[in-house]
Ligand binder design. Sequence first.
Ligand code: G3I
Length: 322
Amino acid sequence: AQLNDLAVRAGLKYFGTALGEGSINSDSQYAAILSDKSMFGQLVPENGQKWDATEPSRGQFTYTQGDITANTARRNGQGMRCHTLVWYSQLPNWVNSGSWTRQTLQSVIETHISNVMGHYKGQCYAWDVVNEAINDDGTWRPSPFYNTFQTDYFAIAFNAAKRADPAAKLYYNDYNLEYNQAKTDRAVELVKIVQAAGAPIDGVGLQAHLIVGSTPSRSNLATVLRRFTALGVEVAYTELDIRHSSLPASSSALATQGNDYANVVGSCLDVAGCVGVTVWGFTDKYSWIPQTFPGTGAALIYDSNFNKKPAWTSVSSVLAAK
Ligand code: G3I
């Protein structure tokens, strides 16, 4: 059986993948695997719904890139996670270098959210409303939003999201939460800040951009998930990939990678309130990693020729064992 079918049988809502907008129309092997609902029950646009793609000029909304994923998911009967609304990166210049007051930036955020979420209304299981608001050392990350509002922009964004699509699950999403350090503590605080403001937050997404051999154990990962579910929100792994720090990967490194993948997926199975796992791409042919961390990579579950790797088999085994 394929991984989404196994995941659903194991009690998750989905096993999903990011869709690379540049790959889907140019690579038929890529398209065939991605379009198989038994393999991926849910898709996320890798770049197509970000602010620079959807509102490149103020008040001018374009959905061509984001609709690639929405149309693919609809055609194949797949669900969608939607990504992302308020993030410091991939912001158009007009947002980044505008000189904002609280009033003008609040209106910009609310207009962006109501338009983009309105366009995809009813199609998104979940939305990453706020993304990566915390630095790795646990301090708040500077951005036009933080610089203008400090932490008050969280409630503004989550309230606007609720008005735009009341049925979507509203998430905070970040990376390096998996290690249970200062950044995790701050993310717990973020959830509490939103809740204390009376604003709706339904979930925390753990991106899980991890490293072979340094991935936390299944039980330590489950401990982190439970810190969030204890606050009354659901959790999901939203951008899972586990990169080798040197290439090419030996067969023992590929086995370790498989073990690491199984620990991540297994921790989700261990925690009531962990709803699903999304991989950030599925083939080593295409990934953001080599550009960002040169010399590392091969982080996904199919190799660059679309053969299933040991990680694929490990994930299928851990799901089947539930
Ligand atoms: O679309 C342009 C293209 O026109 C141009 O010719 C080309 C030249 O560099 O760039 C293309 O844009 C790139 C875009 O991906 C689409 O391929 C950007 O340069 C590149 O920076 C961008 O990278 C994306 C990255 O987010 C940007 O921050 C990655 O694909 C995407 O995988 C990555 O995803 C993020 C999540 O959204 C949030 N969490 C971390 C994750 C990994 O960084």
